[in-house]
Design a protein. Structure first.
Length: 99
């Protein structure tokens, strides 16, 4: 795979170089996920997914990036992050309680 060609984050759909994206196990490994269940997410989105949801919730309700994009808990975040430059690096605040 060409590391220079831009690839879209599976969640926010912004373009990044492959080296900037992280592997997200859409179906968590502890819940039976395999290498075939991997989606490429930007660090900002990946951090927000794990700050918001437990692995049990991800496995039960959001086992694909398409389903995560529809999650009401992420709608405000996705509207915001799509407007941000890809160079922005900001840590996501942990939620009081994961869903």
């Amino acid at each position: 795979m060409d590391d220079i060609a831009p690839i879209s984050c599976s969640l926010c759909e912004r373009s990044f170089h492959r080296s900037q994206l992280t592997k997200h196990h859409a179906l968590p490994r502890e819940k039976g996920g395999t290498q075939e269940d991997v989606e490429l997410l930007c660090p900002q989105c990946h951090g927000m997914v794990h700050a918001t949801f437990t692995n049990a919730t991800l496995a039960a309700l959001y086992p694909t990036a398409a389903q995560l994009r529809q999650a009401p808990e992420l709608s405000k975040f996705l509207r915001w992050v799509r407007k941000q430059p890809t160079s922005r690096r900001k840590r996501n605040k942990p939620r009081r309680q994961k869903l």
